[in-house]
Design a protein around this ligand. Sequence first.
Ligand code: TPP
Length: 647
Amino acid sequence: MGKLLEQVESPADVKKLSVLELKTLADEIRQFILDSVSKSGGHLASNLGVVELTLALHHVFDFKEDKLLWDVGHQCYTHKIVTGRKDKFGHLRHAGGISGFPNPAESVYDQFVVGHAGTSIATAIGMAIGQSQQNKNDKIVTVVGDASIVNGVSFEALNNLGLVKRQLLIVLNDNSMAIDPTQGAVAKYFSRIRLSQTYEDLRKTTSNILRHMPVIGKDVEEAIERIKKSIRMVLPASQMFESLKIPYFGPVDGHDIGSLIQLFRALAELNHPAILHVYTKKGKGFPPAGSRPSKFHSTGPFKTNGGTVESTSVPSRQNFTNVFGKHLTELAKKDSRIVAITSAMCDGTGLVEFRKRFAERFYDVGIAESAAVDIAAGLCRSGLKPVVCIYSTFLQRSFDQIVQEVALQKLPVVFCIDRAGLVGSDGPTHHGLMDIGFLRMMPNMVLTAPANDVEVKLALEFALGEDKPVVIRYPKDLVPPRKFVRAACAKPFKLGKSVVVKKAKNSVIAIVGYGSVLTEALRAETLLAKEGIGVDVINGRFAAPVDEKIVALANKGKGIITVEDHTVACGFGSAVLELAATTFGTAITKPIVVLGAPRRFIGHDSRDAQLMEVGMNADKIVETAKEMLNARYSMLDARCPIKNKNE
Ligand SMILES: Cc1ncc(C[n+]2csc(CCOP(=O)(O)OP(=O)(O)O)c2C)c(N)n1
């Protein structure tokens, strides 16, 4: 750790430093972030870009009282480092360490647990109005990226900025990137402005703003008008925001720490909301991240050698995302109606190859999940076969669009939901544990989940042949090893039909896996067989509609254990319970146990550790099966082997 950084325990220490020292501290922090992320993984490029910006903010404001909000929140590492959390970076995003996102439970310097884009301006508006209502005057600052400011929620908030009659500073951190280059008309507008700027222009803007800035006691409104006039002569960037009546300042150099400090001091005195547009470089200071910011947006651990990357770990098997991308591209070669839509997650959803091969059939709509779904509905209505590729957690944004524009119209849009289930180190904002719940209740929706790589292809083929919307969910994980891909999994998908993958003689328990956790069911079966307990294993395949044969098993004297990578509330197991209740009513005599994630938010850690924590594994299934045989054997038939053993 650098010498200056060693001395920084709190923002008060940042305030003491000169501009020159702050520059040195910025370099030390960059190195510290690089070292930490290369060991634990995390968001790298965005964090390297905002070091000076963050230090300047902490130098000027007092965020114990003032409020600092980060949009998305993935770029908050410098903020965490200077607010007393640097010693916890050894376990960044792992149990016992700090989260990769803001979290008020960690620090009074954080306001909200966030991880989704576009929320900071609206929450800042609420906080500002709240302050006014209570005659408080803490400053409020929000930092939002150029990709997140065009998110629908951000735009709706900007449209309401007029509600705020006091200071509220929006720092627009423009690095021209989302994960890939930012998409859409506003991005083009920003990039035209960017291209027209020289470094000299940026300096001129800074000094223009400062020259015309009010000194305390002067008429602020009058001063703003003077600045606006003077800037408008030089730059056109203000037009977009000023047409919304939002005072705009900039663009300025977001790495010029001395100027940023002066600007923040001046802007803190406004009694009006304002936007400061800053330019930063994603991945600054680490050439591999600077030249490939998409790759280093969020990364696993890697080895560095000075300014280069020496190695990254290569997994032994393909993951679900890659397998999906490969099959979709193959299927698209045969059917020209297939088009793919994503919202700023091309790489994350496995569409890089598809984009390369079918650029004219690929749509990245930016961070706009609800629009993505409606665009898909439109594409579908016009005769194409849209495949919407969105992470489970971000699809939550599209609930209403799926209900009205897709389900109600019974349009055969295919939803490929990546990161469905526990996601590991990104933590509670990113787990995909609710999609079965919110999609299952919508009429017309078909919900399916492939258990392995073979089934990814089969599920896609099935979905693309349906006349109604189909959802395919799969986790952030490697596909199961070959030995867990049973012959039954090669059978084509049939609507609402499960498949039996293992049948034991005289079994009194059936384990029903939904999706990739079928592997855990198979592992459990092997463990139980070793103890002389035979169980059936069934691949559930559909959560809507659920196969009636699954609950019919209860009639055949079998207890049922369902397993899913989803919260137990409203998931696959719940669907089985509902069907059992309507089938048997009060006459139900067989136990049905639902295994899945508990209905609570699950913290950051590795996915394996989380699976263990919530007991979504073979051991838990074995334990449950034994409990079923022991404690509840009276509900089972007389062939129960444990019962026999105990007698
Ligand atoms: C609603 C939502 N959709 C997608 C994402 C995934 N995501 C995380 S960061 C990011 C890019 C954000 O870009 P920008 O706001 O410009 O910030 P930068 O990373 O460039 O600093 C995306 C798309 C998200 N966090 N939230």
